[in-house]
Write a protein that binds this ligand. Sequence first.
Ligand code: OSB
Ligand code: MG
Length: 363
Amino acid sequence: MKIEAIKLYHVKMELRNPFRTSFGVTQEREILVTRVQSEGYDGYGECVAEKGPWYSGETIDSCQSIITNFISPWLKETDLDHPRDFKKLVQQIKGNQMAKACIEDAIWGLYGHMNNKSLQELIGGTKESIPSGISLGIQQNTDILIEKIGKALEKNYQRIKIKIEPNWDVEIVKKIRDVYPNIPLMVDANSAYRLKDKDIFISLDRFNLMMIEQPLQYYDILDHAKLQKEIATPICLDESIKSVDDARVAIESDATRIINVKPARVGGITETLHIHELAKENSFPLWCGGMLETGIGRAKNLAVASLSTFTLPNDISESERYYTNYLVDPIFELNSDGTISVPNKQPGLGINVNLDAIEKYSK
Ligand code: OSB
Ligand code: MG
């Protein structure tokens, strides 16, 4: 596979509702869409880095720079046998997982088109549909949050995740549990706390949460292990896990009992498959997280979530929840049982990427 052209489109997408986490608010999402071409075939990817380095150290501009200065020229000089070989090509680049992932994704898609196979088939995903969960940002008040939870439950979303931060945590969870004592519920702190705040997590133990996502700092495996010793609720790491090696360290030190895998955060699909293998050996539960992706990233995440070790509901909600404009068709809809079907009837991402829409929303 000789990549003849690598194109980047800088797309702007308006979210239907501002999404607020402990690290900031997103209203307009800027997305780098990647396109690789070979022998008349196309493959697409989507960079999940945000405008500022708040979720991870990467930004949309840092990704563009790494791709333009290093990945693209190297790729153009190489003939890859398989998308798996991309990891080796870029291994000299430290970090920059999201920059690598959006190019690797496009190569997987391209390979799928050239070999008439869906991404799901290429990676060995087994499920026809995956359980869908919803991630609700921090709201103006609890009534609004409880109303949003009610609407999500009416649609049969299979679990509710709420974002927490200091002063929007124990009281809020208590109010939700007063209304909904038994729904599958979890919280995500996006690193808003320190180990000295452990009493907050001890207080959360009585609410029967499925898990607490990323309570402490992204580099802090040791303190997560200390916190896990003090609480019964499983910790689930997100930001901390940037590779299969991070996953191994965190699992072995009992700093995490569940991992939220975002393929882009770990450098791509190949690294995700290594985490899948590790999870299989250890009977360790995974689920697929989200970064407010458009349909391009969402299609990829659906294929990943169909792997056998991804046993918990995923942050993969229906397309309509995020944006008013779409880059793919058909868009992803929620089935009545709260699942989303994996697009596996066409090669590559399994959906049509709409180049006209990409060009229209490019700045
Ligand atoms: O921490 O999981 C997170 C969105 C942007 C950045 C970080 C996170 C999130 C989400 C949204 O929780 C998940 C989704 O795409 O629906
Ligand atoms: Mg998270």
